[in-house]
Write a protein that binds this ligand. Structure first.
Ligand SMILES: Cc1ncc(COP(=O)(O)O)c(C=O)c1O
Length: 459
């Protein structure tokens, strides 16, 4: 369908929108009968795949019982889902605040941190330190914390004065240039900024444990989060992890931060909680944060109409049951290793700079010159070329957000299929991406040699 034929206020203009009729497993189908392998789980969301009957049956049963109640009441699905989440999170993170989406979750985390410091008698603490390569959402607080410059630019007059530091990124790190090994100077930058701003002003630090939409699969070194935790503790700063993409299994463990064994103070979650079957997200606080807030107040003074609605809670619980009953987080880890091993040979292609990831959260970055590590001119639209050609061949991948390099240039894509993906479908993704990136390389004037056989472990 063309955007001039409908009445939607579109997010972006493209020539033609396929109209989706239904989804089944890892596939979506459009009304023209074309089948798409959903290799990005609809923006890293649909972890259990489309059209799962068990979830739809729970949805129907709960809808028939009650869909919505005023927040003066509790409902059983809400209590059960909070118990389930608390059983999965790192120790102590057991107070669950329900909201409807990832931006509400990160913004609630920001307010929880503020409320905590007010309750503890430190009302000057209000700034959140975040990272330039991060994405925390589109509402004003979430966007203020986010580092994606092209999405901040138009709204900058509304944004809060929050400091940003670089995220660990060995490919383009200049801080440790003089050393053969990473010195974690990017974590030290956090401490420098705390001193610069004054620790009495800083309430929290926020990071996606492993990057999602801004640089899929970019994973900090083992000492990074322990160092961040230690700096937070020394300056009475709360550590918030944004698990909106990484939460509920996508990186092969329940939460992204579990790869470091670090316990944050607050976690923001979303997407995979309900696998997209209903809108729901959650901000999860450590008991000590909750106790501090309710030690001096009888209300958090924050909330959204649909937060904790029984329909979404029942559905999210059914999704988490489905994941647990089928051990899908282990399957995600296994399929992620297989997919990464089949995508690594893409590095043989002249325009591929990086292939990296954890679990089923994998990113591929492009370069115009491998030796110089220069990005493509954004006007060429390399990311769109790759994504559009893959779409033509029936494989949906996600365009990485523009500006990874310097806020303007930097082409990359994300691959993040449902955890239920099978080996043959993993092979299909690798095959199509290899063909497509080869075609785009040739179109851009690069000579391509055959890539290493899919499945080789070359890195
Ligand atoms: C890490 C992260 N946090 C927060 C958000 C915002 O979530 P939502 O779009 O549901 O508001 C996103 C969205 O992509 C995200 O990737």
């Amino acid at each position: 369908m063309s955007p001039i034929e409908d009445r939607l206020f579109h997010r972006t203009l493209v020539e033609e929108w396929p109209l989706i009729s239904h989804g089944e497993g890892v596939y979506l189908f459009d009304t023209a009968g074309k089948r798409y392998l959903d290799a990005c789980a609809g923006v890293h969301v649909v972890s259990i795949g489309h059209g799962v009957r068990e979830v739809v049956e729970v949805m129907f049963e709960q809808a028939a019982r009650v869909c919505f109640t005023y927040s003066r009441f509790l409902t059983q699905p809400q209590l059960d889902l909070a118990d389930r989440i608390a059983a999965m999170t790192p120790p102590g993170l057991s107070r669950v605040f329900f909201v409807s989406g990832g931006s509400e979750a990160t913004e609630s985390a920001m307010k929880m941190a503020r409320k905590y410091h007010v309750a503890k008698g430190n009302p000057q603490k209000h700034k959140v330190v975040s990272r330039w390569q991060s994405w925390h959402g589109n509402t004003i607080g979430a966007l203020s914390m986010s580092g994606r410059s092209p999405w901040r630019r138009d709204y900058s007059p509304y944004l809060l004065d929050f400091p940003h530091i670089p995220a660990p990124d060995p490919y383009r790190c200049t801080l440790c240039r003089e050393h053969s090994e990473c010195q974690l100077y990017c974590a030290d930058e956090f401490e420098r900024v705390v001193r610069q701003e004054g620790s009495e002003c800083i309430s929290a630090f926020i990071a996606e444990p492993i990057l999602g939409t801004s640089a899929a699969g970019l994973t900090p070194p083992p000492d990074y989060y322990p160092r961040i935790r230690e700096i937070c503790d020394r300056h009475d700063i709360l550590m918030i992890v944004d698990e909106v993409v990484t939460g509920f299994g996508r990186t092969g463990l329940p939460f992204g931060i579990d790869h470091w064994g670090v316990v944050p103070d607050i976690m923001a979650t979303g997407k995979g909680l309900s696998s997209g079957y209903t809108p729901i997200a959650a901000t999860i606080a450590h008991e000590r944060v909750y106790d501090a807030i309710y030690g001096s107040s009888s209300s958090f003074t924050h909330g959204h109409t649909y937060g904790g609605n029984p329909l979404s809670c029942a559905v999210a619980l059914a999704v988490q049951d489905y994941i647990e009953d089928r051990d899908l987080i282990s399957q995600c880890a296994a399929m992620g290793s297989l997919l990464l091993s089949q995508l690594l040979p893409l590095k043989d292609l002249p325009i591929v700079a990086q292939v990296r990831g954890k679990g089923l959260l994998i990113g591929v970055e492009f370069t115009a010159d491998k030796a110089e590590r220069t990005p493509f001119d954004p006007a060429l639209g390399v990311t769109s070329m790759v994504v559009d050609r893959a779409l033509d061949k029936g494989v949906l991948i996600m365009p990485g957000a523009p500006g990874l390099e310097d806020g303007v240039a930097g082409d990359h894509i994300a691959i993040s299929p449902p955890f239920t993906i099978e080996e043959s479908e993993v092979g299909r993704i690798a095959e199509v991406l290899t063909e497509v990136i080869q075609e785009v390389s040739e179109h851009l004037g690069y000579a391509c040699h055959a890539v290493t056989e899919p499945g080789s472990k070359e890195s």
